[in-house]
Design a protein around this ligand. Structure first.
Ligand SMILES: O=C(O)CCC(=O)C(=O)O
Ligand SMILES: [Fe+2]
Length: 262
């Protein structure tokens, strides 16, 4: 176990990303079941969460209908469960080793439903900036992802190369650089029960899903509470999730002193 964690941390340090198994699989199962139950309140979802998600495109929902479904499902899901907390519990050990005991979490957890053939994908980008480079993204597949069903990450070296290429290519050459980015990106093959941890500074490419199954995945960001903030700051975009005994004591004491000074 120890060995496995060290490999994970070394890989992350080297490339900027690494896949970890959940420390508590039941927490991930709770998340998937809750989403599935919410979907079941809105349509006849059957009795198998993975099959429902993988075969979602067969329902042929699109446009406003799909959007309304998504919004209603996400609303119900968030009312029933604190995703930032449950995901932290699922990957607690890996997360604590990366960000330390004083933890802030993104307030909203994003849910992506990527149906086969849907060309509406985010363009190549990296999250930092505007996010802080002191954040880690947890990209969590809710169904098994392979081939173009997942995302593609450029490692630290590939990211640096692409940024340098873009600088010299200018606007007209950007397409060529993006083609290269697609070639050098690492396709993330990840099963349900794992998460891909990646640094916010990494470039990523979202391919059109050319597999026969729909992807459902979550993404959420964690950081050390005392690390530099990006444009997405506390308290609007992040909130405090965990405090070390020392920080807890210091914050309480500061509040008490402020009260005394009034
Ligand atoms: O899962 C996706 O399609 C988007 C992923 C992404 O851009 C992110 O998690 O930062
Ligand atoms: Fe992103």
């Amino acid at each position: 176990m120890h060995e496995l964690k060290n490999t994970f941390l070394n890989e992350f340090r080297e490339t900027g990303f690494a896949i970890a198994h959940a420390d508590a699989l039941d927490k991930l199962e709770l998340i998937r079941r809750t989403l599935f139950e919410e979907a079941g309140n809105l349509c006849d979802a059957g009795d198998d969460a993975a099959a429902f998600m993988n075969e979602f495109h067969k329902r042929e929902m699109s446009g406003a209908e799909l959007n309304d479904f998504r919004m209603a499902m996400i609303r119900g899901f968030n009312e029933r469960l604190d995703a930032g907390e449950v995901i932290f519990d699922a990957f607690q050990d890996s997360l604590l080793r990366l960000v330390g005991p004083d933890v802030a979490v993104q307030k909203s957890c994003n849910i992506v439903i990527q149906q086969p053939g849907d060309i509406d994908v985010s363009p190549i980008h990296r999250d930092a900036p505007p996010n802080s480079p002191f954040e880690v993204v947890l990209w969590i597949p809710l169904v098994d992802c392979y081939g173009t069903k997942g995302i593609s990450l450029l490692d630290r070296k590939g990211t640096n190369e692409v940024i340098a290429d873009l600088r010299v290519a200018g606007k007209d050459g950007a397409d060529k650089v993006y083609e290269k980015a697609k070639r050098v990106g690492h396709r993330i093959e990840a099963s349900f029960g794992t998460a891909c941890f990646f640094w916010t500074g990494l470039m990523h490419v979202i391919p059109v899903n050319e597999e026969v199954e729909t992807r459902w995945s979550l993404n959420i960001r964690y950081k050390n509470l005392f690390s530099p903030q990006g444009a997405k700051r506390l308290p609007d975009f992040f909130r405090i999730l965990r405090l070390s005994p020392l920080a807890d004591l210091a914050i309480k004491s500061e509040r008490e002193t402020a009260m005394d000074d009034r």
